[in-house]
Design a protein around this ligand. Structure first.
Ligand code: FAD
Length: 338
């Protein structure tokens, strides 16, 4: 099954046993929660649109690893044409959901870790690239959503990870075992965390040799033992749980982000993509950031298209569509968006 339907995606998330907290309380089912459900619907749209013949060219790609048809959100870019299709797909989804559809961070992480693990292996004779290719085949064949986890809480920004008074300010290895490593720390503002099957962790800054335990990249399922999520607040969030259809904004679709706490999480050896090679941390961060900036050039513009349409409609409703300063603003929004 290389392509999941939207319904299959929802069912697959329902089956997971994630530890999610919101407003200080444990959430039993994020799937049925009125505050969180719109964000799940946005990710579902990435599956639904991939099933529609009119969007097949943008929403799907041919895997460079297996030759199979896959969702473009799990694709490793092969050409400039792929990068153009990526950004057009993001604009399309921004237009359809008018919100964050959450699957881009993982896609950008795939592409950064893929090339960086290759270069790390070339220098050190490690097996990270082999691990990552095996992992990517699993992600592509199962059509999974993956949270790209880069941002650490960071603490005192003037100090490197190993000099922080609280060592948990950056995610790190706390135990090295024959079969893998144990990690502790947190990743902040994780987009789509409770709507993701897996989390793909990367370092957040360039590192020096003293920061060896912080030079870690890996992936584990989102319901792995020791992972806890604390949902970040959104504007107007509780209005969605009041049972009214007034003043709730975009209640069909939405975004979500969470602080993910890793409390002594075990990572097996074959899920390690960087482990102590400090000089490759900066490369991974820069490659991720490059792909991610391009993503924002697509998704935010799609949301912008909806905002411009809404602004024009409001002007129509108010009979202000011919006012020159209103027209000026709509034109400026269009200009900035392009
Ligand atoms: C809605 C949302 C979704 C997000 N989704 C994700 C996600 O899915 N995955 C993920 O990994 N991250 C995610 N992020 C995190 C985002 O990438 C970070 O917020 C961003 O990288 C900035 O980091 P920070 O918040 O720690 O700010 P800081 O790094 O503290 O930056 C704050 C300010 O301080 C400045 N500053 C920081 N350090 C220094 C220094 N040493 N010297 C001088 N100036 C400094 C910065 O330039 C900036 O102006 C998300 C954020 C938001 C708001």
């Amino acid at each position: 099954m290389a392509l999941m339907t939207g319904e299959q995606y929802i069912e697959s998330i329902k089956k997971m046993n994630m530890q999610i907290y919101m407003f200080g309380e444990k959430i039993e089912s994020a799937v049925d929660n009125p505050i969180l459900r719109p964000s799940l619907n946005s990710v579902k749209a990435t599956y639904d649109l991939a099933q529609m013949p009119e969007y097949e060219d943008l929403m799907t790609a041919t895997s460079s690893l297996t030759g199979e048809k896959i969702n473009r959100f799990t694709h490793l870019h092969q050409s400039s044409d792929d990068l153009i299709k990526k950004v057009k797909m993001q604009r399309l989804l921004g237009q359809k959901t008018a919100s964050c559809f959450q699957r881009c961070v993982g896609m950008d992480a795939f592409n950064a870790v893929y090339s960086t693990s290759y270069e790390t292996d070339k220098k050190y004779g490690t097996k990270y690239f082999e691990n990552f290719v095996k992992y990517m085949k699993y992600i592509q064949q199962s059509d999974l959503t993956v949270d790209g986890a880069m941002t650490d809480p960071k603490g005192d920004r003037s100090l490197p990870p190993s000099k922080q008074s609280d060592p948990d300010m950056y995610l790190r290895v706390v135990e090295r075992r024959e079969d893998g490593v144990v990690v502790r720390g947190a990743k902040a503002h994780q987009t789509g965390a409770c709507n993701s099957h897996e989390v793909l962790v990367m370092p957040t800054i360039a590192l020096s040799p003293d920061d060896k335990d912080y030079a870690i990249s890996f992936s584990v399922p989102m319901d792995a033992e020791g992972i806890f999520m604390i949902i970040g607040r959104q504007s107007c969030d509780t209005r969605k749980s009041e049972g009214s259809d007034l003043d709730i904004g975009n209640c069909e679709y939405g975004g979500m982000e969470a602080l993910i706490v890793f409390e002594d999480v075990f990572v097996p050896n074959d899920r390690l993509f960087l482990n102590g090679e400090t000089e490759f941390a900066g490369m991974m961060v820069e490659r991720f950031a490059g792909y991610h900036r391009q993503s924002y050039g697509g998704c935010k513009v799609g949301v912008g298209d909806v905002l411009i349409g809404a602004a024009a409609l409001i002007a129509d409703y108010n009979g202000a569509q011919k006012a020159s300063h209103v027209k000026d603003k709509l034109i400026e929004m269009t200009h900035l968006n392009e």
